[in-house]
Write a protein that binds this ligand. Sequence first.
Ligand code: C2E
Ligand code: MG
Ligand code: MG
Length: 451
Amino acid sequence: AQLRHAVSHHPRYGMPNQSLLEEAVRTCLPDVPPPGLAVWILRMNRFGFLESILPRDALTDLVKVYADELARWFAARNDYVLLAIDGQHRVAALDDGTLCFVTVGAPSAELRMELSLFVTRRFEHKGLFVAWDPHIGVAVIPAGMDQPSGITEEARVALQWCDAHRRVTQFDADRMKRDQLAYSLTLDLEGAIDRGELVLQYQPKVELPSRRTVSLEALVRWRHPERGMIPPGAFIAEAEATGAINLLTMWAVREAARFLLTLSDGSVRVSVNITAFDLATPKFVQSVLQVLAQENCPPDRLILEVTETAALSDRERASEILAEFRSHGIQIALDDFGTGYSSLAILQEMPLDEMKVDRSFVTDLAEVERKKAVLEAMIEVGHRLGLTVTIEGVEHEESVEWLARNGCDVVQGFVFSRPLDAQVARDWIAKHGPEQSPATAHTVGTTALSL
Ligand code: C2E
Ligand code: MG
Ligand code: MG
């Protein structure tokens, strides 16, 4: 019996371990009513830190008390019962910093919220106060399943989706498939570039009030032989996480440079999106300049769009790099302005030419007075800093008229055009490009100021 206890319980806490938990779940699953059981995994993110500052026994006690309080919290509710794993335990320990428990029935949004509040409060035991910084993943195991493989697997996947704002997340098969797709796509990004499956489309950026197209934003799409046209949202983030983005960025710069030189108007600029990873890449500036030189493209025809988050990751370095780009005539636009945490700090610090206000500020503009107030203020700040103010994602003519009246310099959105294939974009520029006076074509910011 002692041996059996040793192999089925966690050596440090004496709580049931993973194998005993799985056994308990398998045993009861045939009798559970639909929809089934919910498996919860709680990871104490600060466990490692606490381990480094507390005596081992004290931390062991704290974890046990935390698990007990959790069991008691469930016992005090009458809607969700914790499955008994062995005679005395309802909480298992998967490893030193990870607990697991099982409830009957699918977890409601309300339960997830209340649990999140409960586990994040500060725990006290014998005068020690502890904030565990917990994350919880939960997944439903359908009733009637005979031999579910890996009882905890899906809950572990959901655990990965937690962050400071989402303490408790539930497994979602669609999301996992999307993540898997993004990952597999990224693995093949280099191949896709070599096979010519990536294409750039170009969306006009239209100057107000003249309504001439002064620049185009290059937006990547993956023309996948089996999956059809894949939008950048499906692979950019993963490509950034794995570093594959660098190849894509350099490819996009080269492609945009070649495209630029085929335009009928020699003053139109093209903007290319870059990421935090690019900014952290050694010799990024030189690489970009080299590509432009190879393609015979003057640097002042290129705009680089950087998001706030990219600029934020290492502000000082980002500032330096952006300044270096500008010293070579490449313009810098701050993309998706207003969506990050410290937009104004960035505006104040970063060397910029253009501010692109996120499209969330312009949707439903017609109805919302508050939005107008915020937009007016943003346009004002941009102008005071000498920036060209671009509003993205404009879909309605009424918005364009309002923006023109309120001094916005450039509008980009479906109201004028969707992103266009290269040939169509060329035709567009032939028709809607600026009149051939490059000297005045780019003083947008200053003319708008005098309105
Ligand atoms: P972004 O740089 O903010 O680009 C604008 C996005 O808004 C584009 O989506 C564009 O198609 C969309 N859009 C433009 N006008 C409207 C409108 O009126 N209404 C609505 N609903 N949407 C509009 P897209 O092409 O799907 O690109 C999404 C994001 O992916 C881009 O956001 C950018 O952050 C990223 N991205 C695209 N191409 C590249 C690239 O070559 N490199 C990198 N690093 N990121 C890229
Ligand atoms: Mg952009
Ligand atoms: Mg944007």
